[in-house]
Write a protein that binds this ligand. Sequence first.
Ligand code: PHE
Length: 339
Amino acid sequence: MIDKIKEYIDKVAAFQAQSLEEVEAFRIEYLGKKGHLNQFFAEFKNVPNDQKKDFGQAINTLKTVSQEKVAELKETLEGKQEEEGVYGDLTRPAEPLQIGSRHPISIVKNEIINIFSNIGFNVSEGPEIEDDWHNFTALNLPEYHPARDMQDTFFIQTDPDILLRTHTSSVQVRYMENNEPPIRTISPGRVFRNEAISARSHCIFHQVEGLYIDKDVSFADLKQTLLYFTKQMFGKSKIRLRPSYFPFTEPSAEVDIYWGLETETDYRITKGTGWLEIMGCGMVDPNVLKNCGIDPSEYSGFAFGMGIERIAMLLYQIGDIRMFYENDVRFLEQFKSSI
Ligand code: PHE
């Protein structure tokens, strides 16, 4: 009988299981109500007295090794199950993250900033709620100047001196007031004009304006800077400057780039000419320099300004400016892979 128990003890020691079900079957076979152990215990009373001690010890050993075996196998198998179930295969690549997308206006703005920072321009910002001086008067647009009508303005009702800036030229005024030349700065930002909303224009849009002031800055410098920009931004190397008028620059010009006439869309957006207007520019009017505390006999400079929406519409062939402000995810998601 004792030999039989010892046989079982060896069996228990050798037992291995692949699943928790097998462990449970093992537990029932040895430690269950009708298991081997209880059967041996039942035999106990029939064992001759002189063998009782050894017999008892043997059953107890079988009991502890069986219990230990069950506990040990359970622990390893449960651990394994948890790894597979909860953590999955830890060697697999991580789940791709749900990434958001940058707004096309931000993408284009960042690209413009990059291009100009490569040639030494810094970025300046200013308030969206402005006073008359920074938005108009300092820029050679005194009260009752007819050119104020070029940009329909939102005024703060209780104070005609306070308004929503109509361009970021106001930031340039602030920058000139607070910094000594040489000045090389671009001013991106949101601007406001009291205009009817349509597919081509909106009452809120974004601009980037640039300002360069130093000794001996000439119109040729302006042209080269703009040519560099259009090459970098659009990959186009043909531009033309058409005479124009802005109160704060003299002479002033509109910049067109040669877009080409390769596709139907090219015909439509260039009205069949191949040329596209992208910004305004000019040499900073000496009066403006004076208003901002810079001596025009010592310094000269150029300025330019463009609408970010217009450029984004060109680059991404977006037909309606209102798309930028609707926050429709189906529109925004299309810019996911962009920088
Ligand atoms: N401020 C002008 C506008 O908003 C753009 C511009 C800037 C033109 C600088 C010339 C020089 O339309």
